[in-house]
Design a protein around this ligand. Structure first.
Ligand code: SF4
Length: 384
């Protein structure tokens, strides 16, 4: 039997002192169906996906949560050296992964969203999960996700994907502009794989819900999930302002969507243009007038970390619409090599780290303004 350990760093280790995490911890309990796990904000989907590809009859799989790097290194020195240890490496956790993998005796496999050179001295790098087939036996690339490692101990919000990609071209975004729709069999298999997990909501991972032709499958997927999970309330979708405005009535009629996340980002015409966001303020007002008429959760994504910006118009908009807002998704602007447009000079050490406000394009005054605006935004939308 092959042994695999999936390693995931605890959110508290990745984001120490991050005010957004405190805000989420305050807001999740106030919103029906939202649950914040002890270690993760949500089930790490990459683990379920790879776990599904490694058949139970050939692989003994386990999960290790990193809460302390030295403890993790010690833990692996006590484990079988023939075990394979896997990580998903992101900008926000790469230092933790680097520290661990250089000091453990097991073979390490990594994938994720950093340059492979960040870990390649100590790990095999996989560009895609399907690369596993090159290195491991019995890999089934088309198998559905397997959530067994998360069953029975954490309440969660699993993710379902109907399509990948987004047709828009926002400057700060790295999502491919090619839209790829999944087949019904693939989506159905995902819905069935959640069986045994404790959840009330499912997050639809499509980047702009409504673009793909298969978006109405949520109706039948709701019935599929509800049949084995009577506590299931419905879906969270993420989309754009114009799409939500155009489709809201139809989505309300479906009666299966409980929350809509919308990429508002900043309520400022100039910045919306610079970001190439596909909406204008008139469309946003129209959407808010519609949202007001229905009982549906509304979660605007808000971007912080903008230079020469006082956030006044965004804060005013949040204050004015606070009664319609379930909570906000706060982000600190990042700029990656793969971003669809370069908004700033960039090149700073924290420019790709979403947990750090101190970006190369921000002055000390900008950073103070950002900190202040974040606190105000949290307070206006129900945080402390
Ligand atoms: S930010 Fe959203 S709407 Fe814009 S390109 Fe990315 S996924 Fe699409």
């Amino acid at each position: 039997m092959n042994k695999v350990v999936f390693c995931q760093a605890s959110t508290d280790l990745i984001r120490p002192d991050n005010p957004c995490l405190d805000y989420y911890r305050q807001m999740y309990p106030k919103n029906d169906g939202y649950h914040m796990g002890e270690h993760f904000m949500e089930v790490p989907t990459w683990i379920a996906v790879i776990s599904g590809m490694l058949p139970d009859e050939h692989y003994e799989k386990s999960l290790h949560v990193i809460t302390d790097v030295q403890e993790t290194i010690k833990y692996f020195h006590e484990q079988d050296e023939m075990t394979i240890v896997m990580f998903s490496v992101l900008e926000v956790n790469k230092r933790i992964v680097q520290e661990v993998i250089k000091d453990i005796p097991q073979a390490v496999m990594c994938g994720g969203y950093v340059h492979p050179d960040e870990v390649s001295d100590y790990a095999i790098w996989c560009d895609e999960v399907t690369d596993l087939i090159k290195y491991l036996p019995h890999v089934q690339v088309d198998a559905p996700p397997n959530y067994n490692l998360f069953k029975g101990w954490m309440k969660s919000i699993p993710r379902i994907t109907l399509s990948e990609g987004c047709l828009h071209n926002c400057a700060f975004c790295t999502i491919s502009r090619e839209l790829h729709e999944y087949t019904y069999d693939q989506v159905y298999a995902q819905a069935m794989s959640f069986q045994g997990l404790e959840f009330e909501l499912v997050y639809v991972n499509d980047k702009t819900y409504g673009q793909a032709n298969n978006n109405l499958w949520l109706n039948s997927l709701f019935s599929v999930i509800r049949e084995y999970n009577p506590a299931f309330q419905g879906f969270i979708v993420q989309t754009t302002v114009p799409m939500a405005s155009m489709m809201l009535e139809a989505w309300i009629d479906m009666e299966v969507i409980r929350y809509i996340e919308v990429g508002v980002e900043v309520v400022d015409t100039e910045y919306l243009k610079r970001m190439r966001k596909p909406y204008n303020l008139k469309q946003l007002n129209k959407l808010m007038n519609k949202i007001r008429q229905y009982d549906i959760g509304f979660i605007p994504n808000i971007i912080f970390g903008l230079p020469d910006h006082d956030y006044k118009s965004t804060l005013y908009w949040l204050w004015w619409n606070a009664d319609q807002i379930s909570f906000i998704n706060p982000y600190v602007l990042c700029q990656y090599e793969e971003s669809k447009g370069q908004m700033f000079e960039g090149g700073g050490v924290n420019d790709t780290n979403e947990n750090v406000v101190d970006k190369s394009w921000l002055s000390a005054e900008d950073i103070n303004r950002t900190d202040y605006a974040m606190k105000q935004a949290f307070y206006m939308t129900g945080g402390e």
